[in-house]
Design a protein around this ligand. Structure first.
Ligand code: TRP
Length: 341
């Protein structure tokens, strides 16, 4: 094991990855690949906790893999894999179920919210946080980058780890820490710059720029972006200027230029039309190679699958031995190993 900190990130294979996700999160993951030992797991088993269309789930899972690779997750530096490819996850969930009191799960706010919206609540939905605890604990991850909505689940994973440790051996599992990730850039909706750009509204025309949008569509979305009735191109936290501020923020995040240099680039703009066009152009240029690589991978399933298989192999090399140690600690008889060793 290397002495770099282990980080485990779980990502749901839902579609509609957009500019806000990219600038706010994915770009940071790509940049941080050298600092820490990263596991990026596409959590398809978690998706099954709500009813799914099988074709759609399969497509979204592979599409997310291709997207993350295209965006710069480098399989030589990080481990990117599909959760269901490493059978230890489902097995660890069972073992951890048997140390987790039901009451802990019934108290989870996400379970209460999601189950209130379902006519028939699946057992998997209740068990979702135990599967997630298994994801994390199998790798002895130190850090788990999550948004606010997932913090309670990471805290539950800590409770489960501590209970397992007290039952079966102190220091068996690393007790993970939730990390609210440093936000790269907070990108707001183009149609409403007072709300964060969101996957849930990504289907609404003009709200989000999806990573796979065609250049002409991206230009159109920016041209329709909501601004204000003035003409001042400035960074500002005045709610009135939220639209212009958002456009400048996107430009700043992509070019990496300081604010003064960003403003200098628009010093000769004749109104917001030029601003919108300038921002759209840097977005289009940034996304072009990502799209191209994504299309290549989606058209070459063998290449995509082999990259994901390498990731699954690396993940399994950590997770399977840990699973065996869990079984042993809990009193299960291990089968003789095939090599006899
Ligand atoms: N529940 C997380 C979400 O919805 C996804 C997830 C599954 C996860 N397993 C994980 C996140 C393990 C971090 C660690 O975002």
């Amino acid at each position: 094991m290397s002495d770099r900190k282990r980080v485990f990130s779980g990502i749901q294979p839902t579609g509609n990855i957009h500019l806000g996700n990219y600038l706010g999160a994915v770009k940071n993951w790509v940049a941080a690949q050298d600092e820490k030992e990263n596991y990026f797991c596409i959590v398809d088993l978690h998706s099954l906790t709500l009813p799914q269309d099988p074709q759609e789930l399969r497509f979204q899972t592979r599409s997310l893999g291709a997207m993350l690779l295209a965006a710069g997750i480098d399989p030589r530096k990080s481990t990117l894999f599909i959760q269901s490819h490493v059978t230890a996850h489902a097995e660890a969930c069972w073992l951890l179920n048997c140390v987790t009191p039901l009451g802990w799960l019934q108290r989870m706010t996400q379970f209460k919210d999601k189950s209130a919206r379902q006519e028939s609540v699946l057992t998997g939905l209740l068990d979702y946080p135990v599967l997630m605890a298994g994801d994390i604990l199998l790798y002895d991850a130190h850090e788990v980058p999550v948004g606010d909505d997932q913090k309670q689940h990471v805290e539950l994973a800590r409770d489960i780890a501590q209970r397992f440790n007290s039952l079966f051996g102190e220091e068996f599992f690393v007790v993970p820490e939730p990390k609210i990730p440093a936000v790269g850039a907070r990108v707001m909706g183009l149609d409403d710059p007072t709300v964060k750009m969101s996957k849930s509204y990504a289907h609404i025309r003009g709200h989000a720029v999806r990573l796979l949008d065609e250049p002409a569509e991206i230009m159109r979305s920016f041209k329709r972006a909501v601004t204000d009735s003035g003409r001042e191109i400035i960074f500002s936290d005045d709610p009135e200027k939220a639209g212009v501020n958002n456009l400048l923020g996107i430009y700043k995040a992509i070019t990496g230029k300081p604010e003064a240099a960003v403003l200098a680039d628009f010093a000769h703009a004749r109104g917001y039309g030029d601003l919108k066009k300038g921002v759209a152009e840097v977005v289009i240029d940034m996304l072009a190679p990502i799209r191209q690589r994504y299309d290549q991978l989606m058209q070459d399933p063998a290449e995509l699958d082999s990259l994901l298989a390498v990731g699954a192999g690396q993940a399994a090399a950590v997770a399977m031995p840990k699973l065996a140690r869990m079984k042993e600690a809990m009193g299960l008889v291990l089968p003789p190993s095939p090599a006899g060793g």
